[in-house]
Design a protein around this ligand. Structure first.
Ligand code: HEC
Length: 134
């Protein structure tokens, strides 16, 4: 029966081995947000989607508002850029075109698409603030 016992250990071993790898990828995703994503959001989206000025019901200082989205559905679906209203709007092809006026460059919208695909992790460069009276 020693074979069975060894198999029981597999989940524990995997957890022990993968934990540092997963922590490292979290860090990489946060760094990606801070260095590449936050500057674009700050410059091109925050002027209209911020605390107290949440056009369309979303603020780029409140990740939960992006997950919930506005009347068109979730603005971001982590891991699924094609299902995210925000990413569709960047293409400037449909009814909703964001940002209004000139579209983002292909490089910038590529960065935002990659960010959502990787799970839309947050970092430190764009501090979160809750909407509401508190
Ligand atoms: C000049 C102001 C302005 C800027 C800049 C801007 N938005 Fe918007 N955004 C709006 C307004 C106004 C609406 C509501 C439009 C409507 O409902 O027809 C909106 C709506 C949205 C919605 C739809 C919410 C919903 O479900 O109805 C998304 C997603 C969005 N914006 C994403 C972005 C992103 C991403 C950026 C930056 C790349 C951005 N916006 C920049 C003004 C702006």
């Amino acid at each position: 029966m020693s074979g069975t016992n060894a198999f029981r250990l597999v989940p524990f071993l995997l957890t022990a081995l993968l934990a540092p790898v997963l922590a490292a990828s979290d860090k990489a995703d946060q760094k990606f947000f801070d260095s590449k994503v936050a500057p674009i959001l700050t410059k091109r989206c925050l002027p209209c989607h911020d605390t107290g000025l949440d056009n369309g019901g979303i603020s780029f200082r409140d990740r939960s508002s992006l997950l919930k989205g506005g009347k068109r559905g979730p603005s971001i679906v982590p891991g699924k850029p094609e299902a995210s209203v925000m990413i569709q709007a960047l293409k400037h092809e449909g009814e909703l075109q964001m940002p209004p006026g000139p579209a983002l460059s292909a490089k910038e919208s590529g960065v935002l698409t990659e960010w959502v695909r990787r799970g839309a992790a947050w970092g430190e460069k764009l501090p979160m603030r809750r909407n509401g009276p508190y």
